[in-house]
Design a protein around this ligand. Structure first.
Ligand code: NAD
Length: 478
């Protein structure tokens, strides 16, 4: 779908996020023919450089992170002509007049704050002061959006002084993933699932986001945050909302976000007996979490598993199990809806338990699997077998799968289109912190020590127990 002409200004345009995600993503959209002829990208950051030097920087970034398309040299050179650069100081007035001269007023203007949250307020104020902002510009901000309710409120307030909520796009790149959006299509586009989507038919729901990487290289930052702040409060909470929310009346930004907000507000406070915190121990490479974090007395969790309840009519009695961690056995993100047993087995107790499960894989191999029970083929009598009906997007889409935009590309294009559906609203973020804060405060007050776990495992044994106690088990991380 074509988008309007735009100037996208990337504050922090020389940073790691711009280099690895934003600029290569824009290049892929350019290759896909989605960038209008006069659209421009303006890098603005602290480093002193000119347009040519910035184009060299972007050429290297795109070549390294642009994927297959990066090999087409002449296309890349054409793309680079769309780039400009202005050295700027977010905390001073240097560079702002130059930026004001460059940015056009008659096109969509989007300002991407790809800088630490400490600069959001400064950037917002200077955009206004230098005549770069009005009520049509769009502001894109990155996580972390606060580290608790108070700081998130302060950030929202700093933005609200200059912009209306309808102008603010808070990115959670999990929401840009193809499968996450497909989750809404599956839930609300089919008759098949929605009637079963409640505590009467669903035994429990699991959400796992497992990473194999540790925190080496960003340990200083991570150690102040931990899995709860870094992953649960935002990404896992967003996934939980999409899986649990009521059908919005329309697929429109506020209709969807109103329903997500209600889920967060219906979350019960979580009891510490239903939380397992972990920290990876020494692996074969001799690096524990504490080594990587350069804090030998750290109590920060690199893993967390928890059991949550949503107190509303639909979900009362159906637990949600969330788990996420670093240095686990595989990189895998998956949501699984486990349906209840059939009320009566006509095949006899010896056939054991067969449960339908719908698994939505976010990575790797985005896709869905529905486990159904069938008769084991062959002459062995009536024996039952669970088989997956598998829909991998790569298989379903064939060669077109390569062209499926990644999360950042899709979200940036949504900003240009002015569609906020896949962005978090300020009140959602605050509600998520309001739920998270007391949980963290409780373990801080108790000086809770995370359980060590072996790198390459599925996390601490206690996380298994969290499920076993309820006569349930986690899906294998693979
Ligand atoms: P970075 O340190 O690599 O880059 C920071 C950028 O900000 C640089 O371009 C720098 O020139 C600019 N900058 C710093 N101070 C400035 C000032 N006073 N005036 C103007 N420009 C200034 O950081 P990053 O990793 O690119 O992260 C940017 C933001 O995105 C952070 O909030 C980070 O938490 C968030 N984020 C990063 C990633 C990632 O993968 N790197 C992922 C998610 C979120």
């Amino acid at each position: 779908i074509p988008v309007e002409n735009f100037d996208l200004i990337i504050f922090g345009g020389t940073g790691d996020l711009a280099r690895r995600k934003i600029l290569p993503g824009l290049y892929r959209r350019f290759c896909a023919g989605q960038m209008p002829e006069k659209a421009r990208i303006i890098g603005a950051a602290r480093s002193e450089m000119d347009n040519d030097a910035y184009r060299d920087f972007v050429r290297v970034a795109v070549t390294e992170f642009g994927g297959k398309t990066a090999s087409e040299a002449n296309v890349l050179e054409e793309f680079l002509q769309r780039l400009h650069y202005v050295p700027i100081d977010a905390r001073g007035d240097g560079g702002w007049a130059d930026l004001a001269k460059l940015v056009r007023k008659d096109v969509v203007r989007a300002y991407y704050f790809s800088v630490g949250p400490g600069l959001f307020g400064d950037l917002a104020a200077r955009l206004t002061k230098h005549g770069l902002a009005d009520d049509t510009v769009r502001i894109v901000v990155e996580k972390p959006f606060g580290r608790d309710l108070a700081s998130a409120k302060a950030l929202n307030q700093a933005l609200a002084e200059h912009f209306d909520e309808s102008q603010v796009y808070r990115i959670d790149h999990y929401l840009g993933k193809e499968t996450v959006q497909n989750l809404m299509a599956v839930r609300f586009g089919n008759m098949l699932f929605e009637p079963l989507w409640n505590s009467q038919y669903v035994d429990h729901i699991q959400i796992t986001v497992a990473e194999t990487v540790g925190v080496a290289g960003r340990g200083g930052y991570y150690d102040k945050s931990g899995a709860m702040r870094d992953m649960v409060q935002n990404h896992l909470m967003q996934l939980l909302c999409l899986i649990a929310m009521e059908p919005p009346s329309k697929f429109e930004p506020d209709a969807v976000r109103d329903e997500k907000l209600k889920v967060i507000r219906a979350l019960d406070p979580v009891d510490h007996h239903h939380i397992v915190r972990g920290q990876y121990a020494d692996g074969p490479d001799g690096h524990s979490y504490r080594d990587d974090a350069e804090n030998l007395r750290s109590f920060t969790e690199s893993f967390i598993a928890m059991r949550l309840n949503i107190s509303n009519w639909r979900w009362a009695g159906t637990p949600f199990y969330l788990r996420t961690g670093k240095r686990l056995k595989a990189r895998s993100s998956e949501i699984t809806v486990v349906f209840k047993d059939a009320p009566h087995s006509i095949f006899g107790a010896e056939e054991g338990r067969h449960r339908n499960m719908l698994s939505i894989r976010l990575q790797p191999n985005e896709g869905m699997t529905l486990d159904v029970t069938i008769k084991e083929p062959g002459p062995g009598g009536m024996r039952l077998l669970d088989v997956p009906l598998d829909m991998s997007f790569a298989d379903a889409l064939g060669p077109d799968a390569e062209d499926v935009p990644d999360a950042y590309e899709r979200l940036i294009m949504d900003v240009i289109r002015g569609n906020q559906t896949l962005f978090m609203r300020g009140d959602e973020v605050e509600a998520a912190w309001a739920w998270t804060d007391p949980v963290i405060a409780e373990w801080e007050a108790r000086n809770d020590v995370p359980k060590p776990y072996e790198p390459g495992s599925a996390g601490p044994e206690d996380a298994m127990m969290l499920m076993h106690r309820d006569d349930r088990r986690w899906r294998e991380i693979k």
